[in-house]
Design a binder for this molecule. Sequence first.
Ligand code: FES
Length: 88
Amino acid sequence: MEKIQVEICLGTTCFVMGSSHLQELIEIIPKRYNDKVEVSGKPCLGLCSQDCEYSQAPYVKVNDDVVSQATVEKVLKVIEGKIRNNEK
Ligand code: FES
């Protein structure tokens, strides 16, 4: 089974809007889901410039799904949903 890819935006807009908290995910994810999920920090994912949606930052991508106004809890929920789907 392919690993779920989690990309945390560390670009300026997302950083200002709170993505520094999301860096916790870089520690949490390997501990919880080591064999199922791969996490990485990325420069601007290009989402903050679409439709002037600055207010929806910070962004995290879980595979092709965009999590806006991302928090650690929100991202973990999306990951767990995907793990459950993969196990069906
Ligand atoms: S800075 Fe995060 S999408 Fe642009």
